[in-house]
Design a protein around this ligand. Structure first.
Ligand code: XMP
Length: 329
């Protein structure tokens, strides 16, 4: 009988044979389900010869980098390298408003930073007499990602360029290792539990590679990023508290370019419009907006306007996919 437990054992064995007794592997992690499960599997297989890297591009959620660091080092015993590239990335995004241009800049900066970091780790690793060169790149590609990148090739078919598939291995002359490439999301979650990763992480909603860059519409500024982070934190916290996190496939707060008038005390207040989005989906190709009850939306909306400086209105997105997409940009 085929179980996730046997998949894990077989895969660990396969990785060991593939990489060999001295082989080393590097891989980017995001704190999300796929990269965490792939990393944990790799760590089980080859221990400290796997080098996880988190690139903080300045577009992560509230406290995300420090939480991922804590989780990897303290709870999972891995030596995670965190690179703070937020200044560089946000500097390049300054004044850029076109969604595709934003994605390209974020994607290119990521590759550049990851390649630099890999060189440093490699120089360090070369001092270890028990280890060889870094020859492998780990990617947490799932089966649906494989299908999608085959069936949507040319730019004419690309609705949005997803930057996390492809490009990197060629640039780095590394061999690709993708232990999850035959699995669907629900199977990756089962594998994660099998590997001892806690249920909260394993059940996390997806977060896009370009991060808050696609949730801050138009120009990316610190002011809008702070609003997005703070509001998102409140929204997700309340969703969890209401016990509906697992009914929802993905939820987030986004910040618009435009402003609207509100009143604060007895004064007119010209603040940002904050968009809440939550969807249910099986495959992320189509999705319907989540039917919150009104009292919940009322409570969240009041909290956000009261607590998040700079917000005058909260709007709930009732667009399904299609015609909308899940992210704003
Ligand atoms: P859309 O907005 O295309 O999103 O309906 C579908 C799913 O993909 C995620 N998404 C991305 N994930 N890199 C990623 O890793 C990307 O560039 C990217 N763009 C969208 C989105 O969060 C949703 O789960």
């Amino acid at each position: 009988e085929w179980t996730m437990g046997s998949f894990k054992d077989i895969e660990v064995e396969r990785i060991r044979n593939l990489v060999g007794p001295k082989g080393q592997v590097i891989g980017a992690v995001s704190g999300g389900v796929d990269s965490t499960v792939a990393a944990k599997l790799m760590h089980e297989a080859i221990g400290s010869r796997f080098h996880p890297v988190l690139v903080d591009n300045g577009l992560l959620r509230l406290d995300e980098a420090s939480r991922v660091k804590e989780r990897f080092t303290r709870m999972m015993g891995m030596d995670l390298t965190v690179v703070d590239a937020s200044k560089r990335n946000l500097g390049r995004l300054a004044g850029v408003t076109d969604p595709e241009k934003k994605r390209k800049i974020i994607g290119n900066a990521f590759i550049e930073i990851f390649v630099e970091t890999a060189k440093e780790i490699e120089a360090d690793a070369a001092r270890n007499p028990d280890a060889g060169e870094i020859e492998w790149l780990l990617q947490g590609t799932l089966y649906p990602d494989v299908i999608e990148s085959v069936s949507f090739k040319g730019p004419s078919h690309t609705i949005k360029t997803h930057h996390n598939v492809g490009g990197l291995p060629e640039k780095m002359q590394l061999k690709l290792i993708e232990p999850l490439r035959e699995l669907f999301k629900d199977e990756v979650r089962k594998l994660g539990l099998e590997l001892g990763i806690d249920a909260e992480l394993v059940g996390r909603h997806p977060f896009p590679g370009p991060g808050l860059g696609v949730r801050v519409m138009g120009g990316v500024t610190e002011e809008k990023l702070q609003i997005a982070r703070h509001a998102d934190n409140i929204f997700i916290r309340e969703i969890r508290a209401a016990g509906i996190y697992n009914d929802i496939s993905q939820a987030y707060a986004a910040v618009g370019e435009e402003r609207a008038v509100g009143v604060m005390g007895d004064r007119r207040y010209y603040g940002r419009i904050l968009y809440l989005r939550a969807v249910q989906t099986v495959d992320f190709m189509t999705a319907t907006f989540y039917r919150f009850n009104w009292d919940f939306l009322d409570m969240v909306s009041t909290k956000i306007v009261n607590e998040v400086v700079g917000v005058s209105r909260v709007v709930y997105d009732t667009t399904s996919k299609p015609p909308g997409t899940i992210e704003m940009e």
